[in-house]
Write a protein that binds this ligand. Structure first.
Ligand code: FE2
Length: 350
């Protein structure tokens, strides 16, 4: 029986809009920093960067899987230096990959709120708030990976001056009078599926409480995170030694930042051959909209990742997750996993 057919590779209307405007793609080209495309970056800690005048530090823009709902970037601040203050009409979530420093956040005419971060710290910039990052080390660079909703802002407004220079304060999201905005303890809303963590600043994303959520396999834990009144969110997932998660697919916008262990992800579109992406700490991988993906832990420790994402990556899940049960998976996939675990002396525990 014939499988599903694609009517268009790119819809003619989308092609027309891309030919006529392409505001986001033109903007990222005009920023003059390296653009990383494809589906992943092997290591955000070592990826080559270029000078980024807008931020007065080094950076690269990560535009993965043609998602247009959220895109990433990598930023490095030199030892003893700071980034240029910036504000913007799009959301941003940051996870620190290496180094230590501080960030100040403010609106015009208000006191600055400053907090310190290090590897693993995760926070969100409140919408249109000024923010400036400082490297606290005199000898080591500091690097972070950020996910932003800038594709949406550029497609909608097509005007960088408006996006970066509008003097509006979203006080329902960030009250500059709240001295504890970035220091108050996170709150777990336990009535939601065992818990959703609301926190504007997480000192170390590796250390938050997780709850057992076994829809992707036995022993899997996770926690969803809401920050700074944003619509974008994050979640941390952990799965055991010698196991992999069920293959699944969902909407666009997920960027999976590996925090430890070693392993790989298989990704494929329906009916196509899976492609393998090996990973370790610092890899960020972004499954395309509607693409199947399956994460395999081949290391000697439980695998933990933080996924930064647009909410389009979880919408639709309430109607039932699309996933493939373990017993329906292909034999060669099981064999590949067994072979890779054997190389590391890890016992398969499926
Ligand atoms: Fe996923």
């Amino acid at each position: 029986m014939a499988g599903p057919q694609k009517e268009f590779e790119v819809h003619p209307y989308v092609q027309f809009m891309m030919d006529k405007y392409s505001p986001y793609k033109n903007w990222i080209k005009s920023e003059g920093v390296p653009i990383v495309s494809g589906e992943f970056v092997q290591d955000v800690r070592t990826e080559p960067l270029g000078y980024w005048a807008r931020k007065d530090c080094k950076g690269a823009i990560c535009t993965f899987s043609d998602q247009m709902v959220a895109d990433g970037y990598i930023c490095e601040i030199d030892p003893g230096k700071s980034s240029k203050p910036q504000r913007q009409l799009y959301e941003e979530i940051i996870t620190v990959a290496a180094g230590r420093g501080a960030t100040s956040v403010w609106y015009d005419g208000t006191a600055k709120r400053t907090f310190e971060w290090e590897r693993g710290s995760t926070f969100a910039i409140p919408l249109n708030a000024w923010h400036q990052h400082f490297n606290a080390s005199g000898s080591e660079p500091a690097r972070y990976f950020a996910l932003t909703s800038q594709p949406v802002a550029f497609e909608l407004y097509r005007d960088a001056e408006f996006i970066y220079n509008t003097n509006y304060q979203f006080k329902d999201r960030f009250d500059p009078g709240d001295v504890d905005f970035f220091s108050k303890e996170g709150k777990y809303f336990t009535e939601y599926y065992g818990g959703i963590l609301h926190s504007n600043f997480i000192p170390d994303i590796r250390k938050i409480n997780l709850v057992a959520r076994e829809k992707r396999g036995k022993g899997t834990k996770n926690m969803y995170i809401h920050m700074s009144g944003g619509s974008m969110l994050a979640h941390v997932s952990e799965f055991p030694v010698g196991r992999y998660k069920k293959a699944h697919r969902h909407g666009p916008g997920a960027h999976v930042f590996l925090l430890n262990s070693t392993g790989y992800t298989l990704m494929w579109q329906e009916g196509e051959k899976p492609k393998r992406y090996d990973w370790h700490e610092g890899t960020v991988i972004s499954p395309p909209a509607g693409g199947w993906h399956q994460h395999y832990n081949t290391g000697n420790q439980p695998c933990k990742f933080v996924a930064l994402h647009a909410n389009t990556a979880v919408q639709g899940e309430e109607r039932g997750v699309e996933q493939i049960e373990f017993e329906e998976g292909d034999e060669w996939m099981r064999q590949m996993f067994a072979d890779e675990c054997a190389k590391n002396g890890v016992k398969v525990d499926m």
